[in-house]
Design a protein. Sequence first.
Length: 519
Amino acid sequence: MRITGLTLSLDTIPAPVPIARVVVDRDGWRTAAQAIAAGGGRLVALWGADRSRSDAEELAICAAYAVTEGLVWLDLSVDGDQPRYPDIAELHPCARRMQRAAFDLVGLQADGAADTRPWLNHGTWPADRFPLRAGEFEAGAFAGRQVEDYPFVRVEGDGVHEIPVGPVHAGIIEPGHFRFSIVGEKVLRLEQRLGYKHKGIERRFTQLPPLDAHRLAGRVSGDSTVAYAWAYCMALESIARVEVPPRAAALRALMLERERVANHLGDLGALGNDAALAFGLAQFSRLREDWLRTSAQAFGHRLMMDCVAPGGVAVEPDPASVERMRVQCDAIEREVLTLRAVYDEHAGLEDRFMTTGRVSPQLARRLGLTGLAGRASGQPSDLRCDHPFAPYGELGVRRSTQDGGDVAARVAVRFDETIESLRLIRDLCAGLSEIPDARVRCDVPARAGYGAGWVEGWRGEIFVALELDGDGGRIRRCHCHDPSWQNWPVLEHAVIGNIVPDFPLINKSFNLSYSGQDL
């Protein structure tokens, strides 16, 4: 594989999408980051790992990059006595929070980093203790700490004042703090503070058998349960050298597209409501509820949780359910097209959507905006098109993009993708009868191994890096990455210059996951 003048000798991971892993030294870490940035590549994820054995300490910092050829996983061993590695945030700005999290969890420090404030550690565990270090997780070891004051960046000047919002919000959303610096109603700066839940998911993975951990992956962010479970299973299957049968792949894609439609329907209704069109919320909520009930009838769960399993799927819908899903697509499409005409022709709605929360294509490219929000700002990346994993290579997914980068553009992409997903679901349902049933057993090899999964969820690309050790194939490290890591910082830029009452609308147009970046 060649990356803009840099040739790397890679160990290819046998996954349905092109994924390779390479061990580098400090110079290679920095050189690869520079070459990938110069060639238009993107940082997908950055995380730390502790691979210590009883006789030796071994730490590593890892990064996954999307390049033209596929995905490259770089692996740099770090000295345990001086756990430092070269900073890459200047080249890939979205790395900043990931680097801060790598220190909080594993104690790996980026040399020369401009921002070394804690990100996930809110003062609830000692600064010299790291939850993902071997031997550091003990009952009560991190309890009883005094929560520390977080040093928000202060904006000063005549007429400038702050509005703190959260972390506790009205309703049932997860906690997140937003610190607005404003003059009048115009936003000068927004700074976020997330990571309040301390769920311990990454540690919990190491306590589960590999064949059961897909259930935990599916609970990283409940609105993307199919995408996370598929990415985890893809990683495990790549280690086990298991090829998923065509029928199981088709059913996974069917569920993934149903998950995409469900979330788009919910967001389109909420966006209408945030712009004072309660009619939109009522209609899209009705459609989403019908959609979720059909999923429950076909797969036994409204969100299709635990339906993707290692080696294939855990649920096989009967022919009547498949036909019901196919027919439902026609009815939903008619109503969505009607509602789109209402949204497009509603002057008040368009006044709120147009130019609000704009992220230019240039800014989106520089900050690494990805997924649905990225495609609304001229960033065309969509794994279903760029690196189509089965069965997407046969479906011919039509990419949906906009250049406006505002709320209106993000709404337009949601409408386009909803219609396209309905087409894909119809094709998948029609083709299922022609694909014979085939089940494959996924056996975990009793050896050390590395695997990765890369799936285009409704919000953007979901990435899972999985390491098994040689002790019976136990999970040594499992890192799940949500596209919200890239997109939360861009939201801070999107709100600048807008008025405070427009923030809920801008925020909902991204609809990022709190849970997905709080592991």
